[in-house]
Ligand binder design. Structure first.
Ligand SMILES: Nc1ncnc2c1ncn2[C@@H]1O[C@H](COP(=O)(O)OP(=O)(O)OP(=O)(O)O)[C@@H](O)[C@H]1O
Ligand SMILES: [Mg+2]
Length: 478
């Protein structure tokens, strides 16, 4: 399937060849040019969605090409490739309207992310028929998020029509499209599904989508969090017990497996299940039967299993903490949800979705977010993934209630990091405030990198633990 047309201009032959091959292997039509003059001719006669160009080249350089695209209002989004040394020029290129830049040396996945995002905006731009103006990412983001074009955009709706069957799972990025395809394929089968991914990526959401898009949807979806229930209790929760099975078992009790009969069971945090219970679960998966605790009668059930974990089961298997046979039984259909930082194209959509929802719930009127805030939200790494973004929006909506979200409305760790990234300080705030802000962001970053362990954070910063704690108190860091 053709995903879009790309022109690549790069005077270093090896890079040109590698990039071209990589992008055509990923389904794009690619026109490579080593000579920028020839590339200019090609630009005149062809409709490219995206141009990737080196900056410094003989004859005509990358900036001139970007300039040309802008001047002629070509509907081509420009991406410049540059080394750290010429980052300034890359930033000028963005001011001239380049969509984004890629820093050398680059990883291919990074290129793919930037290209996918450019393709996405290029399609939006064409469908909205935006003829003029700068096409830098910040501009486009603003255009498409503030104007709420994303929601109303018919083209986008068409291309998402099928995908929105799971209307509460938002995602336009390539990895999420793959996830939707997978859900669609497996939902109405009895296959066991294993959903993996970091905390807050949407594993439970996917599990629910699978159940409610299957023919079991009118029967129960029973959710069990294997990490939250102590081992002994978990066993009787899952399998039930007979009267007298243990002290306090005064009557027979059905387990969750029986309650889920005809429906699905969502086993969350499966990586936390004890070895002993893993054996019993394996048996249910293989034979569809089990006995209640303290019972001898075999009970048969028809239950579809969907399991999830944020741990790497492969590693648990290697360490002997998770049974290999159970792993294979569960991993019949794996669905891996990538962290949000690896699918940043989803951020504007998620932002709009959460804004709308929070506005409604809180009877607030936040219209969108400023360019600076959007850039900061796009740049942030989201260790807590979608849940973190959702909570963040909720908080801003509750506190602000009206108007646009500004950089300053965002949590310190995002706001301060962005200011430093931009090398821009609001000097009118005064020396002391700015220095405190800087200190604060250093400490927040160290804490984030050490999972909040103060002694480690102090070590990273070469500070005494007590000094760190004093500073945290003074700066108001929890
Ligand atoms: N793609 C998405 N679209 C809309 N909302 C999402 C999406 N992904 C996650 N969310 C929301 O983010 C929150 C976290 O999602 P969910 O509980 O499914 O994550 P999880 O992967 O199960 O996390 P954990 O590992 O911490 O249990 C939920 O409120 C969910 O509705
Ligand atoms: Mg969960």
């Amino acid at each position: 399937m053709e995903k879009g047309k790309i022109i690549i201009v790069e005077d270093e032959e090896s890079i040109l060849t590698m990039l071209s091959e990589f992008l055509s292997n990923n389904g794009y039509i690619v026109d490579p040019f080593i000579d920028s003059k020839k590339a200019l001719f090609a630009l005149k006669g062809n409709e490219y969605d995206v141009m990737i160009t080196d900056l410094s080249m003989p004859h005509i350089d990358g900036l001139q090409l970007i300039n040309y695209i802008q001047r002629e209002y070509l509907k081509t989004l420009g991406i410049v490739i540059t080394g750290y040394g010429s980052l300034d020029t890359a930033i000028s290129a963005m001011r001239w309207g380049a969509f984004d830049y890629i820093l050398k040396p680059f990883k291919f996945e990074e290129v793919l992310t930037v290209v996918e995002s450019a393709m996405y905006y290029s399609k939006l731009m064409k469908s909205e028929n935006i003829p003029k103006g700068l096409t830098g990412k910040a501009n486009l983001l603003r255009r498409f998020s503030e104007n709420k074009i994303i929601r109303e955009n018919t083209m986008l709706r068409n291309c998402l029509k099928d995908k929105y069957k799971f209307e509460n799972i938002i995602g336009i990025s390539f990895p999420m499209q793959k996830v939707f395809e997978m859900i669609e394929k497996v939902a109405d089968t009895n296959a066991t599904v294993l959903v993996t991914g970091e905390s807050g990526v949407g594993k439970e959401l996917v599990a629910r989508a699978i159940h409610y898009n299957s023919s079991r949807k009118d029967n129960p979806l029973v959710v069990v969090n294997c990490g939250a229930i102590p081992e002994t209790l978990l066993e009787s929760e899952l399998f039930g017990y007979e009267k007298g099975a243990f002290t306090g078992a005064t009557g027979t009790r059905y387990g969750r497996f029986e309650l889920a009969h005809g429906g699905s069971m969502f086993l969350d945090e499966i990586g936390d299940m004890s070895f002993n219970l893993q054996v019993k679960l394996l048996r249910v998966l293989q034979e569809k039967t089990f006995e209640r605790v303290g019972g001898t009668k075999s009970i048969s059930v028809d239950v579809r299993i969907i399991a999830a974990t944020n741990r790497i089961l492969d590693d648990l298997v290697k360490d002997g903490k998770f049974r290999e046979d159970l792993y294979y039984r569960l991993n019949v259909v794996p669905i891996q949800l990538p962290p949000l930082r690896e699918r940043r194209q989803d951020i504007p959509l998620l932002l709009n979705y959460f804004l709308e929802r929070s506005n409604k719930i809180n009877d607030a009127e936040i219209d969108g977010c400023s360019e600076a805030a959007m850039t900061a939200l796009m740049d942030y790494t989201y260790p807590g993934n979608v849940r973190e973004l959702q909570n963040l929006i909720e908080r801003v909506v509750v506190l602000k209630r009206k108007g646009m979200i500004d950089l300053e409305d965002l949590p310190d760790k995002i706001y301060l990091a962005e200011q430093q990234e931009q090398g821009h300080f609001e000097i009118e705030k005064g020396y002391d405030t700015l220095v405190s802000n800087f200190e604060k962001s250093l400490i927040l970053q160290a804490l984030q990198e050490t999972n909040g362990v103060k002694s480690k954070a102090a070590q990273v910063l070469s500070l005494n633990r007590t000094t760190l704690i004093e500073k945290m108190k003074r700066l108001g860091i929890d």
